[in-house]
Design a protein around this ligand. Structure first.
Ligand SMILES: [Mg+2]
Length: 304
């Protein structure tokens, strides 16, 4: 992970010296000569993560900068070293309390500065490893490995969040559960690798049929959940009919063998979010509708 530093010091000679030293130690740095310029740099995308701030500067002081930067919401908080001749116990305590990670006295002892910078680099590298481990775990816990779609828990959670927001919007939602027809026979006749290939392909096909902000998840073995905004029931029926036809016409195949696949749908329309209803309740209603589609001969759509 490459670390970029930001040096903020109104004394140009000091800033240059630190820049040259950091470069020698393998850290590229950008330089600001006052607090405003430094804050501007920190508001950019992917700002520097190792910050060396002078205490006394025009614009914002190093300490004010610390406070402002700590208010920025980020997954990757920077490591801040305050550099100053103000090295009394009170000043050190104040700097650390306002969000600095470390403190270096001026004039610099080069060895000490280098050691402090190394501590900062180690801390940032550790933070980076933790963040990527957490996002890996999060992905594992939220996504279905076979299709890459959200799993049941994650998609329910996301829809609950949508519901919390939807009170303010006017559109109505089509809540749909769909299930591949005769899927057990697919596995029995063509083998489980073929069944897995169909699930994977179905995930891609459904993703193509929906818009990026619609909700889609694999909620059971061969069962998927689709939630999308529509104007009315007519509109919802058209969308689902288009998806049903796209699936029936899609050339699913595994190892050169063509496998005919159809899907049954159960849907319910939500025009206003009823606070007494939970995602599980709508799911139950859509699932009952799906049961009717299965009973009516499959490859069809039922609204309830
Ligand atoms: Mg100064």
């Amino acid at each position: 992970m490459p670390i970029t530093a930001l040096i903020a010091d109104d004394d140009k000679a000091t800033a240059k010296l630190v820049e040259v030293l950091l470069k020698k130690w393998g850290v590229e740095a950008v330089v600001a000569h006052d607090g405003l310029e430094a804050l501007e740099i920190m508001m950019q995308d992917e700002p520097p993560t190792l910050l060396l701030f002078d205490w006394e500067m025009p614009g914002y002081s190093g300490i004010e900068l610390c406070q402002k930067i700590r208010e920025i919401d980020t997954d990757n908080p920077p490591y801040i070293i305050i550099c100053t001749a103000r090295d009394s116990a009170e000043h050190i305590a104040e700097g650390l309390n306002k969000g600095a990670n470390d403190f270096v006295s001026k004039p610099f002892n080069t060895q000490v500065l280098r050691a402090r910078v190394e501590v900062g680099k180690r801390t940032l590298e550790l933070q980076d490893r933790l963040m990527s481990a957490m996002s890996r775990l999060d992905k594992l816990a939220s996504y279905d490995e076979l299709t890459g779609l959200m799993n049941r828990r994650a998609v329910f959670e996301r829809i609950n969040e949508d519901f919390a927001r939807a009170g303010r919007t006017k559109s109505c939602l089509c809540f749909t559960v769909c299930d591949i027809d005769w899927f057990k026979q697919v596995n029995d006749n063509y083998g489980h690798p073929a069944g897995d290939a169909i699930l994977n392909e179905m995930g891609k096909l459904l993703t193509q049929q929906l818009r990026p902000y619609d909700r889609l998840g694999r909620v059971g073995g061969e069962e998927f959940l689709l939630v999308f905004a529509v104007d009315d029931k007519d509109n919802a029926e058209k969308v689902l009919e288009r998806i049903r036809l796209a699936i029936a016409a899609h050339p699913f195949q595994h190892e050169e063998t063509h496998i005919p696949v159809t899907m049954s749908f159960g849907a319910t329309l939500i025009d206003t979010i009823d606070n007494a209803m939970r995602v599980e309740d709508y799911f139950k209603r859509a699932d009952d509708a799906l049961y009717t589609s299965k009973a009516n001969g499959r490859n069809c759509i039922t609204f309830l």
